[in-house]
Design a binder for this molecule. Structure first.
Ligand code: GDP
Length: 526
C-alpha cells in the first residue's frame, strides 16, 4: 500500500477537450489500450460510433449505463494512476461540461491537423482558461493531408493567446508520414503501419544530428526534419514547466490516434509534466491533498443510471485523505453522517466497488437525491468548497405536460432534474406553467426526452419572451418582501423555494434593481 503523499504525487486527473470528429473517442480508446484497460476500449468505441447521429445519441443517453461506465475512466501507466473524465461529446454546451472541467487538474486538447482550432475546442479552452488549467496539445490525424505544423502552432498561439512549444516533431504527413522525433526524450519514433499493435518505443539518439537518423530515414526526410527542428527551436520558446503549470504554455505532440501513434509519448508527457492534485479552495481555507482526514466535493449527479433501480450517483472528487470503503463522512449541508457502504469506481465496463481511493480520484456515491452539486463530504470539519461554479441560465422556456392531469408528475420530475443539476427550474407564483432555464439549447431536448422516458410524462417546451432570471437575496427581510409583494407577476420560486425575479426585458430588470437597492439580484445561486 502506498503512502498518501506518494499516492497523491502519482495521480493525474484530466479531461480531453476537442471539437467533434477530431478524434477524442479514438484517442481515449488508445490511452486505455496503453493503460491495459483493453476491454473498456471497445465500449468507448461503440459509444463513439453510435452517437454519430443525434437521434442515436439520444438513444445512447437513454442507455445511461454506457455513458456512466465511461464517464470516469481509471488506468495505470508509467507508475501513475490516470483518471480520465469524459466531457459530454455533443456540440451543444451543457452545465455538465463546465463542471467536469472544474474537477480536473489538467487537460489534453485534441486538434485535427487538417482543420486546426475549431469552434467547440475554442469554447472548451475558454472554460479551462478560467481556472488556468494546464493543457497539453495533441495534433491528430498526421496520417492525412494536413496543414503545415508551423502554421498550426501559430494558429494555436494566435487564437488562444498561449505560448506554444513542440514536444515532438512530425516527419512527413499523409501517406508520407513516417513518425515523429521526440524532442523531450531525443528519440526517433517510427510509425509502423501494422494495424492494432502497439508501436515500438522510440529509438534513443544523441540528438537531431545523430547519424542513426540517416540510417533509418530517407535522405530528404532527415534533411527536412533537421531543418524544421532547427527552425522550431529558433522560433518557439523552450518548454517551461512553470509556464505550462500556470496555463500559459502548451506543449504540442503530433500523432495519429487511429494508428496508435504518438499516444505513448503523450501519456509519458502527462506522467512527467501534468500536475498531481492540488490544494482545493474552500470558503474556510485551502485543503491540501496530503491532509490525513478525508474530504471531497460533489461535482456531478447522474440519475437513473440503472433502469432497474431509480438511483442516483453523486460523483465526488476527493480533495484530501485516504478514503476507505465503509467510512463515515459528514454531509455538510444536512449535517448528517453518511456511511460509505458501496461507493463505486468506474473501472472497466462494470461499476466496481471502491475499496480505497485517494485525492484526485472520483468515487460514485449512490443516493436518493440528498446529495447535490457542490455538496461537501468530510470527516467532520465544516467546509464549503468554492471551486464548483453555478451557471446563469441564459435560455428560458416554458414547459407543460401534454396531458394536463400530469402536472403534478411534471413538477416532481422537474424538481429532481433541477436537484441533479440538469437545469434550473422556476415555478412562477402566478399561473400554472413551469419555466426551465439552461445554458445550451440542446438541454431542452434532453430534458424533454428524459421527462418522457424516465417519468412517463410527455411534455412540450415553448419559447417565452422572458429576458433573464435573477435570484433575490437581501439582508433586510422587509425590503425583500416589498419587492416580492409588489412584483408578484414576475416572481417565481426555484426547486429549493428560493425566490427568483423573471425579467421581461432589460428595462424591467434595471428598474427593479433601481427600485430595490437593498436587494441583491444574482445571476447564479451561490
Ligand atoms: P470524436 O468525435 O472527437 O470522438 O472523434 P472520433 O474518435 O470518433 O474520430 C472521428 C473520425 O476520425 C473517425 O472516423 C476516426 O476513425 C477518425 N480518426 C481518428 N483518429 C484518426 C487519425 O489519427 N487518422 C485518421 N486518418 N483518422 C482518424
Amino acid at each position: 500500500m502506498s503512502s498518501l503523499p506518494q499516492a497523491v504525487s502519482r495521480r493525474r486527473t484530466f479531461a480531453i477537450i476537442s471539437h467533434p470528429d477530431a478524434g477524442k473517442t479514438t484517442l481515449t480508446e488508445k490511452l486505455l489500450l496503453f493503460g491495459g484497460a483493453i476491454q473498456l476500449a471497445g465500449a468507448v468505441k461503440a459509444r463513439g460510433e453510435q452517437r454519430r447521429a443525434r437521434s442515436d445519441w439520444m438513444k445512447v443517453e437513454r442507455e445511461r449505463g454506457i455513458s456512466v461506465a465511461s464517464s470516469v475512466m481509471t488506468f495505470d501507466y508509467a507508475g501513475c494512476t490516470f483518471n480520465l473524465l469524459d466531457t459530454p461529446g455533443h456540440e451543444d454546451f451543457s452545465e455538465d461540461t463546465y463542471r467536469v472541467l472544474t474537477a480536473v487538474d489538467s487537460a489534453v486538447m485534441v486538434i485535427d491537423a487538417a482543420k486546426g482550432i475549431e469552434e467547440q475546442t475554442r469554447k472548451l479552452f475558454e472554460v479551462c482558461r478560467l481556472r488556468d488549467v494546464p493543457i497539453i496539445t495533441f495534433i491528430n490525424k498526421m496520417d492525412r493531408e494536413t496543414r503545415d505544423p508551423f502554421e498550426l502552432m501559430d494558429e494555436i498561439e494566435q487564437t488562444l493567446a498561449l505560448d506554444v512549444t513542440p514536444a515532438s516533431w512530425p516527419i512527413g504527413m499523409g501517406r508520407e508520414f513516417l513518425g515523429c522525433y521526440d524532442l523531450w526524450k531525443d528519440s526517433l519514433v517510427l510509425l509502423s503501419r501494422t494495424k492494432g499493435g502497439l508501436p515500438d518505443a522510440g529509438e534513443p539518439c544523441s540528438g537531431i544530428d545523430d547519424p542513426m537518423l540517416d540510417a533509418q530515414l530517407p535522405a530528404h526526410a532527415v534533411e527536412k526534419l533537421r531543418e524544421s527542428v532547427e527552425m522550431a527551436r529558433a522560433l518557439c520558446p523552450a518548454f517551461d514547466p512553470e509556464s505550462y503549470l500556470a496555463g500559459h504554455m502548451t506543449p504540442v505532440f503530433f500523432g495519429s490516434a487511429v494508428n496508435n501513434f504518438g499516444v505513448r509519448e503523450l501519456l509519458q508527457g502527462l506522467a512527467d509534466q501534468a500536475p498531481p492534485p492540488r490544494p482545493q479552495p474552500t470558503a474556510q481555507r485551502a485543503v491540501d491533498p496530503c491532509e490525513e482526514t478525508v474530504s471531497g466535493v460533489v461535482f456531478k449527479i447522474q440519475a437513473n443510471m440503472d433502469p432497474k433501480h431509480r438511483d442516483r450517483i453523486a460523483f465526488v472528487r476527493l480533495a484530501s485523505g485516504h478514503f476507505k470503503r465503509g467510512m463515515k463522512l459528514k454531509h455538510i449541508r444536512s449535517g448528517k453522517q453518511l456511511t460509505m457502504h458501496n461507493p463505486v469506481m468506474f473501472l472497466a465496463q462494470d461499476r466496481e466497488v471502491a475499496e480505497e481511493a485517494f485525492p484526485g480520484d472520483i468515487i460514485g456515491v449512490p443516493n436518493h437525491g440528498n446529495l447535490r452539486i457542490g455538496d461537501a463530504l468530510t470527516e467532520g470539519e465544516d467546509l464549503v468548497f468554492t471551486g464548483i461554479p453555478s451557471f446563469a441560465p441564459e435560455l428560458l422556456q416554458k414547459v407543460r405536460p401534454t396531458d394536463p392531469l400530469k402536472a403534478k408528475h411534471l413538477g416532481r420530475a422537474l424538481t429532481q432534474l433541477a436537484e441533479e443539476g440538469a437545469a434550473r427550474v422556476f415555478k412562477p407564483r402566478i399561473g400554472a406553467d413551469w419555466i426551465v432555464g439552461v445554458v445550451g439549447a440542446l438541454q431542452f431536448e434532453v430534458m424533454a426526452d428524459r421527462i418522457r422516458t424516465e417519468y412517463d410524462v410527455p411534455v412540450v417546451f415553448e419559447p417565452t419572451s422572458l429576458y433573464t432570471a435573477r435570484w433575490l437575496e437581501s439582508d433586510d427581510p422587509l425590503a425583500l418582501k416589498k419587492l416580492l409583494d409588489g412584483n408578484a407577476g414576475a416572481i417565481a420560486d426555484d426547486h429549493d423555494g428560493s425566490p427568483v425575479f423573471l425579467a421581461r426585458n432589460a428595462w424591467h430588470l434595471d428598474k427593479a434593481v433601481d427600485d430595490h437597492p437593498k436587494v441583491r439580484f444574482l445571476k447564479t445561486k451561490g
